[in-house]
Design a protein around this ligand. Structure first.
Ligand code: GDP
Length: 526
């Protein structure tokens, strides 16, 4: 292990932003890039969001809908650290990809609208992060507008998400009366007014005279009272618990007016992990090693209409990537030369010649890769742990319009399922039911089946909302328990799955069959 490699790896950070649409993810991303010297970012993030970049015919969908299907990675440098932000698609492009991206990051920043609190999408994404045990940093945004009581917001974090929180910065007022934020760890007050003066409070803390005479009296008194409460009844600041993802540090500010971002960034860089070891069939693999390895967490088809290409997104887990290097795709044993590689920017790609553990690269793919694949120039039997399958919430029955095309239809369905674009279930009568997390996944499926396999499909409603995998039981027993609102299907690994019309039907089923049949949330739990 050379020292240079070690240094390169240790300065890497990689996180995803989780939030509900409109909480301010895009605005915050822009501010991060602005604060750091963006090293890979072309065009503004907003422009991408407004979809001026759609470049492929497949991206017609996103052009029409003004959204971005592509998830990109943006890198910036701050305080000698190289930070990658993985964009997690939101809005109507929310899908399984959004969840999967979170399997490739080492930490997450959760953005919450101060006037709204925890919203549905935040909750779902949070649960994925929690499952992985990665550190989660909370940024309560839009403090320049009238906000909800900050103590109430902290309580909501604990109650709705079930994670203990500790305020690292604390706001004095909000909206018109916003005076700034108090950094409890570094004993500083960042004024929002007064030319954004920063007051070093020193040992006096909030008793500091300069602070008392600078900010509005009423806001000052409230601040002192609230911080008193936090000191007495709040959780203690504990870096170890934060690192384990068991305590979320909370920051307040406003992405729009670029306030409170510096303390967030600085504490984030101080508390977030450099590339973490990853589980594999050979045990935990440390990142600072001489051999290169990584895993595919996303496959994006047809990014370029001229090439009909696919891009496999690889999170580098160990060592250094050099363009042109030879690796083994360990699932098949196939040797691959990595000559066409890119790093992603807001709306363009650029050839990358070298990258390190903790970076994400895109590899051109002519159909070799699958989600979860490991590539390495080390041990050819290395396989990183499988990526989780996420229980779908939307279902759709599909058929081919033209019976003569059923072969292409089957092939397309199989490939798109392997790619991880959609989940596929077969009924006992060989009907195909698709499962998705976001509606757009269905549209992309339909569009690609037509574009790439020349198959038109017919759709039929599949009125289910809940999927549960069945743990070892006599299938004939399971069949006896099904009816029109509970059907038995099989996933692509032939695991039995029960689809339920809704939560109510599912819960009643569980009550009735307690002890007879065990259901789990994903095939990994079988
Ligand atoms: P996203 O959907 O989470 O990416 O949210 P955006 O970053 O696009 O923000 C949604 C809207 O909220 C936009 O109109 C932003 O200008 C606005 N916004 C974002 N951050 C702030 C903030 O700190 N204060 C205020 N007042 N508005 C904000």
């Amino acid at each position: 292990m050379t020292k240079l490699l070690q240094t390169e790896v240790e300065k890497r950070r990689i996180f995803g932003i989780i939030s509900h649409p409109d909480a301010g993810k895009t605005t915050l991303t822009e501010k991060f890039l602005l604060h750091g010297g963006a090293i890979r970012e072309a065009g503004s993030v907003k422009a991408r969001k407004n979809s001026k970049f759609a470049k492929s015919d497949w991206m017609e969908i996103e052009k029409q809908r003004g959204i971005s299907v592509t998830s990109s990675v943006m890198q910036f440098e701050y305080d000698k650290k190289i930070v990658s932000i993985m964009d997690t698609p939101g809005h109507s492009d929310f899908g399984e990809d959004t969840y999967r991206i979170l399997t490739a990051v080492d930490s997450a920043i959760m953005v919450i609208d101060a006037a709204k609190g925890i919203e549905s999408q935040t909750k779902k994404l949070f649960q994925v992060c929690r499952m992985r045990g990665i550190p989660i940093f909370t940024f309560i945004n839009k403090m320049d507008r009238q906000a909800r009581d900050p103590l109430e917001l902290m309580e909501e974090l604990e109650e709705v998400l079930g994670i203990p929180s500790v305020a690292v910065t604390w706001p004095a007022g909000s909206g018109q009366q916003f005076e700034g934020v108090y950094d409890r760890v570094n004993e500083k007050f960042h004024c929002f007014k007064n030319d954004r003066l920063t007051i070093d409070l020193g040992e006096e803390g909030l008793a500091n005279d300069q602070l008392a005479s600078t900010i509005n009296n009423e806001m000052y008194d409230t601040l002192v009272d609230e911080v008193d409460l936090l000191d007495g009844a709040g959780n203690e600041y504990n870096e170890e618990l934060i690192a384990k993802g068991e305590l979320t540090p909370v920051f307040f500010g406003s992405a729009l007016v670029d306030f409170g971002i510096t303390p967030l960034l600085e504490h984030y860089l101080n508390l977030s992990p450099s590339p973490t070891p990853r589980e594999s069939n050979k045990g935990q693999i440390e990142p600072a090693q001489d051999f290169f390895s990584g895993f595919v967490f996303k496959i994006q088809a047809n990014m370029n209409p001229n090439h009909r290409d696919r891009i496999a997104f690889v999170r580098i887990c160990t060592g250094k990537f050099d363009r042109g290097m030879e690796v083994v795709l360990t699932r098949t044993g196939k040797k691959m030369k990595l000559s066409q590689s890119t790093q992603f920017m807001a709306d363009e790609r650029e050839t990358v010649n070298e990258a390190f553990a903790g970076d994400v690269i895109g590899l051109y793919d002519s159909g070799n890769y699958q989600i979860g694949d490991t590539i390495t120039n080390g041990d050819p039997s290395l396989q990183y742990e499988a990526l989780p399958t996420f229980a779908p919430e939307l279902f759709l029955k599909v058929f081919t319009k033209n019976a003569l095309k059923s072969k292409q239809f089957q092939k397309g369905v199989e490939q798109l399922a392997q790619e991880g674009a959609i989940q596929v279930y077969k009924t006992e009568y060989n009907e195909i039911i698709l499962g998705a997390i976001g509606q757009l996944q269905f549209e992309v499926f339909e569009h690609r089946l037509k574009g790439e396999y020349g198959v038109d499909i017919l759709k039929d409603a599949a009125n289910f909302q809940v999927a549960k995998w069945v743990k070892v039981t006599e299938i004939s027993e399971v069949k006896k328990l099904t009816d029109s609102r509970t059907v038995l299907v099989y996933d692509r690994w032939e695991n039995p799955v029960l689809l339920f019309a809704n939560d109510f039907v599912y819960e009643r089923f569980v009550q009735k069959n307690d002890g007879v049949i065990t259901l789990v949330d994903s095939p990994q739990l079988l």
